[in-house]
Design a protein around this ligand. Structure first.
Ligand SMILES: *[C@@H]1O[C@H](CO)[C@@H](O)[C@H](O)[C@H]1NC(C)=O
Ligand SMILES: *[C@@H]1O[C@H](CO)[C@@H](O)[C@H](O)[C@H]1NC(C)=O
Ligand SMILES: *[C@@H]1O[C@H](CO)[C@@H](O)[C@H](O)[C@H]1NC(C)=O
Ligand SMILES: *[C@@H]1O[C@H](CO)[C@@H](O)[C@H](O)[C@H]1NC(C)=O
Ligand SMILES: *[C@@H]1O[C@H](CO)[C@@H](O)[C@H](O)[C@H]1NC(C)=O
Length: 943
């Protein structure tokens, strides 16, 4: 080990000497002699520096990865510290000049999705400043050790000689001390994910006059003014995922950034802007990454001026529109072009054939159309071709494909594109990713895929592939395929018994005609199995390794067998829409500790919720609706403190709503208890649950008043669309099923209260007016009296309001017309009186039935004219139809939520997104990881 390290420091010296005299390189013997002489001439490790290193090590014991990294440093207080791993000394003076202590194994990760930046650590620690004894230190790399709970070291600012500082993925606590600005000689500063809280100021950056490489990615700079702090000497500037909403370079100074080679602003979705003019003056740019921001408008012709560009990524800005400018034909050095996930229009750009160096062409998810020209076949260097999610038509034939020998990714999904080749065609390429979702490749399984032995992701969903799959399909999938998506076909037959070891990680066969029992054994690697919408039946096997299983909408019946309790790795289980009967197995709670999502909706289950459910402390979604479950709401649910969604609707639950619900379930956002036999009061404590955004208690026997502290529902009071972090995490998890990615994106908008069809009495609390984010309020079919609060006019987001079938009296508030989004209103069958206010937004809906059964009301749209005589307030017989429209509306929203969570995604797919987002997501994840690493590597080579 030591000799190896010595050898490395030799190598460094060797390189230095080689730089002085290149001749030496070709004369190894001579160089070795010289090195030997140099080595004996060094003074070795300086003792006070060695002591400093040892003190540093002693103080760092509590960081396991660093302890491991430093464990091979000498034990004794003497010895040559210059030979310790990661310590590099000056060859003649013996001063430590470099500390390379990066944690390279295990490889660094992005922060875990559930990383709680705001959790205050038990004890804030500091790094011992003994390191300051290393006065000649030029290079310090402490990256990828998790220092969460350790203060960002202030003393770092005193390393006067420092040229390179890498603290990436170190997650230090506290702020970045302004002393860091004293490092005036710094050239490389990598602070990517270096802090676990937001950054107040970057003013210290102004002191870095010779900085060349600056990476601030992953720092929370939302509250920081970055512009005017940056040095124009920068060659590399990365500010990915910083939460910024304005440009870090001000337009007036942009012309000074003549050296900028890499500019990365990706992943800043609050950056809403057109592409700024000054960008096109940054003539040295080779890498420009503006993906996953919110740029809108067109791509200007001026982009053709960036003649050094090799990598251009404008993907997933969603609102970039117009055509792809022909001037891009001048970008002759372009190797990677990513324009996916926008609204670009026009034909496949023919001039692209001039960009012969292209290795990646990503146009996916745009509005492009027309035929793919045969010149595509000239891109011999192409490795990734992604045309999915456009309206391209025609067929790709040998002309297009036969020269693409390096192709590894081909995505044609969701176009009207076909592949027209002879059935014996053997492709010249070996694909790794093959995306052919919703193409027209059926009805037989494309035979040429048989020769693709390296595929790891294959999507053939929606191709009308019919019949029993040939055996070779399962054979190719065994060895390389990691992700196999064959949903929405007409595949028949049974699933084979898989061998124990394959590469298969995710298998989706939703909506096919498969039948018979489930395979007894699954490959150990298989983590996600989605078989919704088939005809599977029989017993649930013992699958000990699977992580996520969805068997919704099949033909299973009888009791849920206890073999499920042996699926001990499970985090996601969906058995909804089958005919399972009997009780929920008690052993579920006792063995599936990791369960996060459990859906047993729409079966024939009976009995009570087993108390063992309380052991499922990771549970975030619990859906038991549409069964025959009874008993009280189990108090054991109290321990499921992570619950975000609880749906017990449409059962026979009785008893009262427990008061702990608002208190112990602090993450609860969706509480759906409608259509049961719940009685008693609505507990005030519910309003303590600050995250609740959907409350459905409709169709129960609840009595008493509406809690007056209703305005406390802070998630409903907020109109901002700040993402609920729980839901964001959930979004990531749900991506396992590959179809609910944008759950949080929509669910954020759903803020609803439905208390209809109960026995509630008293007045509508005025505080309801503070719920400015609420979009649906349904209080119909109760016995509410008093007048409609004036403050209701403040509920600026309200889209649907149903107060029908109550005993409300008085005038309709004059403030109602200020509800600009209101599109559904029902006030029928109350005792309201007076003139109906003019509702501009309701003109299209000026339906008199909105006001029916209120004999005291007058004026348009009802025919009764207003007069000054007092109206007769006789009670009208109530009819029951009036409320249905309102709840129907709500059910649309509910089904969006439920649908998104559990897979009624066709609904949402039509409404909002199409299936291809999934692909986009995988791309994003991939390119965020690989892209960043790869590009850094390229850059470092370049530098
Ligand atoms: C740093 O380490 C030295 C040597 O172990 C010790 O004497 C000193 O107290 C430590 N300083 C702090 C601030 O912990
Ligand atoms: C900093 O370290 C990380 C790994 O921990 C590495 O990926 C990155 O390239 C380094 N930054 C610089 C500027 O060398
Ligand atoms: C280092 O920076 C701090 C704060 O910016 C400043 O007060 C101090 O004088 C500087 N120290 C030196 C030695 O330059
Ligand atoms: C930018 O460049 C102009 C002219 O090249 C120069 O006058 C000006 O001082 C520079 N600004 C900064 C902040 O460096
Ligand atoms: C591949 O790219 C190189 C330059 O990177 C270029 O010289 C060569 O012509 C390209 N090959 C094809 C087939 O276009």
């Amino acid at each position: 080990m030591y000799t190896l390290v010595q050898f490395r420091s030799f190598a460094v010296m060797n390189a230095t000497i080689a730089a002085m005299n290149p001749l030496l390189l070709s004369r190894p013997l001579l160089s070795w002699c010289l090195l030997a002489i140099l080595f004996t001439a060094t003074s070795g490790c300086l003792s006070h520096e060695r002591d400093a290193l040892l003190a540093f090590r002693a103080g760092m014991n509590y960081i396991p990865t660093l302890r491991a990294r430093l464990s091979s440093w000498g034990r004794r207080a003497h010895g040559d510290c210059c030979s310790w791993p990661g310590v590099i000394c000056h060859p003649t003076t013996g001063h430590v000049i470099k500390l390379k202590l990066r944690n390279s194994s295990p490889p660094p990760d992005d922060p875990p999705a559930a990383y709680d930046y705001n959790a205050s650590p038990q004890q804030v620690r500091e790094i011992n400043s003994s390191l300051l004894a290393l006065t000649e230190l030029k290079y310090l790399d402490l990256s990828s050790h998790d220092f969460h709970g350790v203060l960002f070291p202030q003393f770092i600012g005193s390393f006067k000689e420092l040229r390179y500082l890498n603290l990436s993925s170190s997650y230090f606590t506290g702020g970045i001390p302004p002393q860091i600005g004293n490092l005036s000689r710094l050239r490389y500063l990598d602070l990517q994910f270096a802090l676990d809280s937001h950054v107040d100021t970057l003013d210290w950056l102004t002191q870095f006059s010779s900085l060349q490489h600056l990476d601030l990615s992953g720092l929370d700079l939302a509250l920081t003014n970055v512009a005017s702090t940056l040095s124009a000497s920068l060659k590399v500037l990365r500010m990915s995922e910083c939460g910024i909403n304005s440009f870090p370079i001000s337009s007036s100074l942009a012309d000074n950034f003549t050296s900028l080679i890499t500019f990365d602003l990706s992943g800043n979705p609050s950056l809403i802007s057109v592409l700024p003019e000054w960008l096109w003056n940054l003539s040295s740019l080779a890498h420009l990454d503006l993906s996953y921001c919110a740029f809108r408008g067109g791509i200007p012709d001026a982009i053709g001026g960036l003649s050094s560009l090799t990598h251009l990524d404008l993907s997933f800005n969603r609102e970039l529109e117009g055509s792809i400018p022909g001037s891009m034909a001048q970008l002759r050095r372009l190797e990677e072009l990513n324009l996916g996930g926008n609204q670009l229009t026009g034909n496949f750009p023919r001039w692209i054939q001039q960009l012969t160096s292209l290795t990646t062409l990503d146009l996916n998810e745009n509005l492009l159309h027309g035929f793919i020209p045969g010149s595509l076949g000239k891109f011999g260097n192409l490795t990734e071709l992604d045309l999915g999610g456009n309206s391209f038509q025609g067929a790709l034939s040998l002309v297009h494909l036969d020269n693409l020998t390096k192709l590894e990714l081909l995505d044609l999904s969701s176009n009207s594109l076909n592949i027209s080749v002879h059935k014996d065609w053997i492709p010249p390429f070996q694909l790794e990713v093959a995306g052919f979702g919703n193409c027209d490749l059926g009805p037989s399984f494309p035979p040429w895929l048989r020769h693709q032995t390296r595929i790891n992701s294959l999507d053939l969903s929606g191709n009308e592939i019919a019949g029993v799959l040939p055996d070779w399909v399962w054979n190719i999938s065994q060895f390389t395929i990691d992700y196999l998506e064959l949903s929405d076909n007409n595949i028949q037959g049974k699933l084979p018994n898989f061998p124990e070891h394959t590469n298969l990680n995710m298998l989706r066969l939703v909506d096919n005609l498969l039948e018979g029992p489930l395979p007894e054994k699954l490959p150990v690697e298989l983590s996600t199995l989605v078989l919704d919408g088939n005809y599977f039946s029989g017993q649930l096997p013992i699958w000990p390794y699977v992580d996520s299983v969805s068997l919704s909408d099949n033909k299973f019946s009888g009791a849920i067998s206890s073999s499920v309790c042996q699926w001990t790795m499970l985090s996601f289980l969906d058995l909804s829409s089958n005919e399972f009967s009997g009780e929920i197995p008690h052993c579920l709670g006792e063995s599936l500790y990791g369960l996060e999502i459990l859906n047993l909706d729409n079966n024939l289950l009976s009995g009570e919720i087993p108390t063992t459910i309380g052991f499922l402390t990771s549970l975030r979604i619990l859906r038991l609706s549409k069964n025959g479950l009874s008993g009280g709401i189990s108090s054991s649910l109290q321990t499921c403190s992570e619950l975000v969604l609880l749906d017990l609707s449409n059962n026979n639950f009785s008893g009262s709503i427990p008061t702990w619900m608002g208190e112990t379930l602090s993450s609860l956002a969706f509480l759906i208890l409608g259509s049961n036999h719940l009685s008693g009061y609505i507990p005030q404590q519910l309003a303590h649950s600050g995250k609740l955004q959907m409350l459905d208690l409709s169709h129960n026997n609840l009595s008493g008043t509406i809690p007056p502290n209703i305005w406390n529902f802070s998630a409903m009071a907020s109109t901002s669309q700040v993402r609920n972090e729980e839901l964001e995490y959930l979004e990531v998890e749900l991506a396992m099923k590959g179809q609910m990615l944008y759950y949080s994106y929509i669910s954020d908008l759903i803020r609803s209260i439905d208390l209809s069809c109960n026995n509630l009495v008293g007045e509508i609390p005025a505080g309801v007016g503070y719920l400015a984010g609420l979009i649906n309020l349904n209080l119909s079919m109760n016995h509410l009296n008093g007048s409609i609060p004036q403050k209701i006019g403040r509920m600026e987001s309200l889209e649907s309001l149903d107060l029908s079938n109550n005993e409300l009296s008085g005038n309709i508030p004059e403030t109602l017309p200020s509800l600009h989004f209101l599109s559904h209103l029902n006030l029928s069958y109350n005792n309201l009186s007076g003139r109906i206010p003019f509702l501009q937004q309701l003109q299209s809906l000026d339906d008199p039935s909105i006001y029916a059964g209120n004999p005291g009301l007058c004026g348009p749209p009802i025919s009764k004219l207003c007069s000054n005589t007092k109206v007769n307030q006789s009670g009208e017989p109530h009819e029951t139809n009036a409320h249905e429209e309102g709840s129907e509306w709500l059910w649309i929203w509910i089904s969006i939520v439920l649908g998104l969570v559990m897979g009624f995604w066709t609904f949402c797919g039509i409404l909002f997104f199409n299936k291809k987002w999934r692909y986009g997501y995988f791309h994003m994840v991939d390119s965020l990881h690989d892209g960043v690493l790869l590009r850094l590597e390229l850059l470092l080579r370049r530098d």
